[in-house]
Design a protein around this ligand. Structure first.
Ligand SMILES: Cc1cc2nc3c(=O)[nH]c(=O)nc-3n(C[C@H](O)[C@H](O)[C@H](O)COP(=O)(O)O)c2cc1C
Length: 199
C-alpha cells in the first residue's frame, strides 16, 4: 500500500456523532453536535467530549455539570448537522428540528427521536488547546425498545451514523462480534449464521 502524508491533524476515523443536550439556568434545553467523543473507561463508565470554549454548550454543560449524549440515527442526520452549524445562542434547535425533549435522570433532557441516549455528569474539565476535554461519568443508558428482540439490544438495528473527515456515513453490515476470531464453529453458527455456518 502506498501512503500520502497529511501531517499532524485529528483524523481518527470514523468517530461517533453525538447530539449533546444540556440546559441553561432557566431549564431551557439546547443541542450541539459533537464528533470528538469516545469511551475511555468501563468501570466506572466514562466518556470524553472535546468542546471548544466558545460553544454556547460549553458554558451550559460546565455550569449545570450535566449533559446527555443522544446518538445520531440516519433519520436524525440532517438535524445533527443543523445542530452542529447553528448556535443555541441564536435559535431554539429543538423547535427548529421538531425534536421532542424527554426527561432523564439528569437536568438535561434526551431527544425522544434518538435510539440511544446516555445521561452523564461532568467529572473533570481539562483544557487541551483549541478544545477542553470534558470527562463525563455515565449515569444511565436508555435504548429504544425497538432494538430488542430478547435480552440484549441489537445496535445494528439503530442505523447509527459515523463521521469521517467531514462526511457522514451509515454504520454498515455486521462483520463479526467481540472474540469471533477465536470462537468455536458452534458459536459462529449461532451468532453469524451467514458467515460462520455458511455452505
Ligand atoms: C458533525 C459535527 C461534529 C462536531 N463536533 C464538535 C465537537 O466535537 N466539539 C465542538 O466543540 N464542536 C463540534 N462541532 C461544532 C458545534 O456543534 C457547533 O459549533 C455548534 O453550532 C455549537 O452549538 P452551540 O453554540 O449551541 O453550543 C461539530 C459540528 C458538526 C457538524
Amino acid at each position: 500500500m502506498e501512503f500520502r502524508h497529511f501531517g499532524k491533524c485529528s483524523m481518527l476515523s470514523p468517530v461517533p456523532v453525538a447530539m449533546v443536550t444540556s440546559v441553561d439556568s432557566a431549564g431551557k434545553p439546547n443541542i450541539f453536535t459533537a464528533a470528538w467523543c469516545g469511551t475511555v473507561c468501563t468501570k466506572p463508565p466514562m466518556i470524553t467530549l472535546g468542546i471548544k470554549p466558545e460553544r454556547y454548550s460549553h458554558g451550559l454543560i460546565k455550569q449545570s455539570g450535566e449533559c446527555v449524549l443522544n446518538m445520531t440515527s440516519a433519520s436524525l442526520v440532517r438535524a445533527a448537522d443543523y445542530c452542529g452549524v447553528k448556535s443555541g445562542r441564536d435559535t431554539d434547535k429543538f423547535a427548529d428540528m421538531r425534536l421532542t425533549p424527554i426527561k432523564t435522570c439528569v437536568s438535561a433532557p434526551a431527544i425522544a427521536e434518538s435510539p440511544l441516549n446516555i445521561p452523564c455528569r461532568v467529572k473533570e474539565i481539562i483544557p487541551l488547546g483549541s478544545h477542553d476535554m470534558f470527562i463525563l461519568e455515565v449515569m444511565d443508558v436508555a435504548l429504544s425498545e425497538s432494538l430488542f428482540s430478547g435480552e440484549a439490544p441489537d445496535l445494528g438495528k439503530a442505523n447509527l451514523v459515523s463521521f469521517a473527515h467531514g462526511e457522514y456515513y451509515l454504520t454498515g453490515e455486521k462483520l463479526g462480534f467481540f472474540g469471533f476470531s477465536v470462537a468455536s464453529k458452534e458459536v459462529l453458527r449461532r451468532r453469524m449464521p451467514k458467515r460462520g455456518g455458511g455452505k
